[in-house]
Ligand binder design. Structure first.
Ligand SMILES: NC(=O)c1ccc[n+]([C@@H]2O[C@H](COP(=O)([O-])OP(=O)(O)OC[C@H]3O[C@@H](n4cnc5c(N)ncnc54)[C@H](O)[C@@H]3O)[C@@H](O)[C@H]2O)c1
Length: 259
């Protein structure tokens, strides 16, 4: 018979944003499999509703634009009403960019910051009272390898992800005694609808840019998210967990002067 371990999420109620597809959907699958109740939220209603149905009785879906304070209020209230309490939040919703800094428009830069950074801020701010009410909790913010290094063509995206990394630290220091842990996860290049759209390929040797030579799969990122949500990470806060096949560790090609 299954016994409760610090690694499972039995009894934990969570919100996962951007949960309709990609990394958020996989985090939702693994969280439900680990015993959690999960409210998936997204602006993609059809995909989100389908996934919640597939995941069964412990999953719900709600339309939620992370840039809207009102939508955040509704999502937090819905989770508490449906599940009885809230113990965790995964700030996963995001959009990417691929434009040289010089060509990036101010309008698009602001839009990316609004979704990827302000959305995370509103989310943290909104759920803190409910997490305190539950006696503590865990917030996992999905940053990026682009939040650990200067990645070309990511002016708005990289700035937003460095911002998420910083906001995570601020949350961790402010909320430690309230027993709310706040950590960031930094995925490397991972195969999802976001990256498939720009031609990223799965498989060994297809991504020599990174030490492991391949891009990541969503389940490899979701495992880190579930760990940080669980009691196995009870003394982990303010951490930045790179799940990137070694990408941010250093270049894969050594160049020695004169050779
Ligand atoms: N895939 C990668 O290689 C990679 C690498 C590093 C970080 N990330 C980050 O992981 C997260 C998930 O990315 P993904 O690859 O699964 O992308 P994805 O595009 O497949 O999924 C992102 C989800 O966020 C939702 N979303 C977008 N704007 C929203 C809004 N305003 N309100 C609510 N939901 C919104 C989308 O509808 C989508 O379902 C993002 O924050 C992304 O920046 C991804």
């Amino acid at each position: 018979m299954h016994e409760h371990t610090p690694h499972d999420l039995a009894g934990k109620n969570l919100i996962i944003t951007g949960g309709a597809r990609g990394l958020g959907a996989e985090a939702a699958r693994q969280a439900v499999a680990a015993g959690a109740h999960v409210l998936l939220t997204d602006v993609l209603d059809g995909e989100g509703e389908d996934l919640a149905r597939q995941l069964g009785a412990r999953a719900r879906f709600l339309h939620h634009d992370v840039t809207s304070e009102e939508d955040w209020r509704r999502a937090a209230d819905f989770a508490v009403t449906e599940f009885g309490a809230l113990h965790g939040l995964v700030n996963n919703a995001g959009i990417s960019t691929g434009t040289p800094l010089e060509a990036e428009s101010v309008e698009h830069f602001r839009k990316v910051l609004d979704i990827n950074l302000t959305g995370v801020f509103i989310g943290m701010k909104t759920v803190i009272p409910a997490l305190k009410e539950a006696g503590g909790g865990s917030i996992v913010n999905i940053s990026s390898a682009a939040g650990l290094m200067g990645l070309a063509l990511t002016a708005g995206y990289g700035a937003s992800k460095w911002g998420v990394r910083g906001l995570t630290k601020i949350g961790a220091v402010e909320l430690g005694t309230a027993r709310i842990r706040v950590n960031s996860v930094h995925p490397g290049m991972t195969y999802t609808p976001m990256t498939a759209a720009v031609g990223i390929e799965q498989g060994e040797g297809k991504y020599p840019n990174t030490p492991m030579g391949r891009v990541g799969e969503p389940h490899e990122i979701a495992g880190a998210v579930v760990f940080l949500l669980s009691d196995a990470a009870s003394y982990v806060t303010g951490a930045e967990l790179a799940v990137d096949g070694g990408w941010t560790t250093g270049p894969t090609v050594a160049y020695v002067m004169g050779q």
